[in-house]
Design a protein around this ligand. Structure first.
Ligand SMILES: [Zn+2]
Length: 101
């Protein structure tokens, strides 16, 4: 890719001179991970896999990152756990009410 093509690419990605280009993905927002675990970490296979960049979370900008998928994933799990806990408490309360009558 020539410098001119790279400038066009950055403009297409809405990355301007005032922005700091993400060093991990050079502004593409995508990285090639050495295994199938990608940004999620953990167990991975032996295949090169492209996925959202864990440096800028897809924005291509170091100064304006996208939503951190690791935090969103953790919040999703916490929300799911809380919903299960609420359901357990509701069931417990219902049993208590049922046994009183
Ligand atoms: Zn990046």
């Amino acid at each position: 890719m020539t410098d001119e093509q790279y400038k066009i690419f950055l403009r297409y990605r809405n990355i301007h001179k005032r922005d700091t280009i993400c060093k991990k993905c050079n502004g593409s927002g995508v990285r090639l991970y050495a295994n199938t675990s990608t940004w999620m970490g953990g167990m991975g296979g032996s295949m090169m896999t492209s996925d959202v960049c864990d440096g800028c979370w897809g924005s291509g900008k170091a100064n304006e990152k996208g939503a951190n998928l690791k935090i969103l994933q953790r919040m999703y799990k916490e929300n799911k756990d809380l919903k299960e806990k609420i359901k357990e408490l509701e069931d417990h309360i219902q049993i208590h009410i049922d046994t009183r009558t």
